[in-house]
Design a protein around this ligand. Structure first.
Ligand SMILES: Nc1ncnc2c1ncn2[C@@H]1O[C@H](COP(=O)(O)OP(=O)(O)OP(=O)(O)O)[C@@H](O)[C@H]1O
Length: 302
């Protein structure tokens, strides 16, 4: 072996030693965090530690009682807002059978498979995204899986994905209180839930179900967001309440959770989502989302 070979070999060993050391450190921290979380929740259910290569400060899951209320859009907007404020953000798309996050961000690249796990692709502004859709040959291939397989995919997105250092990992849950939300709340160290509803929902019943589930699982609720609250008439600026009067604030008060705010129906937002350009969305509404983010920041104690 010549000198270059020796130097390279030494470099490799050093790198490997450094990496092993960091991994060991993270493993201890992640296991500790999982145990503390189990103790905090009082459920005694120990959470699965993240991959040793990950340091994730806050895990926020976004939930809705009913499909189509805009939960994925709200997840996307929250990620955009946090990223704009300088945080490192990732989105775990746990909506296994109806994933829409990659399309909204225009991300098509497959995750890179390396020795230690999967590296998630990044959006144009650097949001790390992991979704089952990115692993399919065609984005319109259906995923026809039963509950246990879905639960196992969600867990692997936590254990086998190299998220690296993140301030916030946002988890887009499928609607309802089925297998995937249960797996996430039971197995992942979720710090808080955001519940999304819309005015036409049977708001109280649906919100109460989601809150009851979170209480049973010992996961705190950050607050309620109402989507599709109104439409601003482009001619006169009047707020038209297409789905009836907003009931989000009242519902949140009744179940004693914070009301984070409302979002209007905005065709520009829908267009950008369809084009994979949600990161270009900029309007008064995004400022309101920054206020919700302030609430999230209260959780960012580390
Ligand atoms: N405030 C809004 N203004 C305009 N369009 C919106 C708004 N919120 C969501 N949409 C659009 O409504 C559709 C459904 O939204 P989204 O996929 O976020 O719902 P979801 O609750 O996550 O659905 P699912 O139940 O399938 O998970 C999308 O096309 C999205 O672009």
């Amino acid at each position: 072996m010549d000198i270059v070979g020796i130097v390279n070999y030494a470099r490799k060993i050093k790198l490997k030693l450094g990496r092993v050391f960091i991994m060991e450190q993270n493993k201890i921290e992640n296991t500790q965090k999982s145990r503390e979380k189990a103790a905090d929740t009082g459920t005694g259910i120990e959470k699965i530690p993240a991959s040793e290569l990950n340091r994730i400060k806050n895990v926020i899951a976004i939930m809705s009682g009913k499909g189509g209320v805009g939960k994925s859009t709200i997840t996307g907007l929250m990620a955009v807002s946090l990223q704009r404020k300088g945080y490192k953000v990732g989105i775990l798309d746990a909506d296994i059978t109806g994933p829409s996050i990659p399309r909204m961000f225009g991300v098509k690249k497959r995750p890179e498979n390396i020795e230690f796990g999967l590296i998630p692709p990044e959006s144009s502004t650097g949001i790390r995204i992991m979704s089952l859709n990115l692993l399919l040959d065609n984005e319109d291939d259906p995923v026809i899986w039963r509950g246990p397989l879905i639960a196992s995919a969600v867990k692997q997105f936590w254990t086998d994905v190299i998220w690296g250092d993140l301030d916030f990992l946002l988890i887009d849950l499928p609607p309802g209180t089925g297998d995937a939300p249960l797996t996430v709340m039971q197995s992942l160290p979720v710090d808080a839930l955001v519940i999304v509803s819309s005015p036409q929902d049977l708001v109280m019943m649906v919100v109460k179900k989601a809150i009851k589930m979170s209480r049973i699982m010992g996961v705190p609720v950050l607050g309620l967001v109402e989507n599709y609250s109104y439409l601003v008439c482009p001619k006169c600026g009047e707020k038209i309440r297409i789905f009836g009067e907003s009931r989000g604030k009242e519902a949140a008060e009744q179940v004693q959770i914070p009301y984070l705010g409302s979002l209007p129906i905005d065709y520009k937002l829908a267009e950008l989502c369809d084009r994979g350009e949600i990161e270009m969305y900029d309007s008064d509404e995004i400022k309101r989302i920054e206020d919700w983010v302030k609430d999230l920041e209260r959780l960012n104690k580390k």
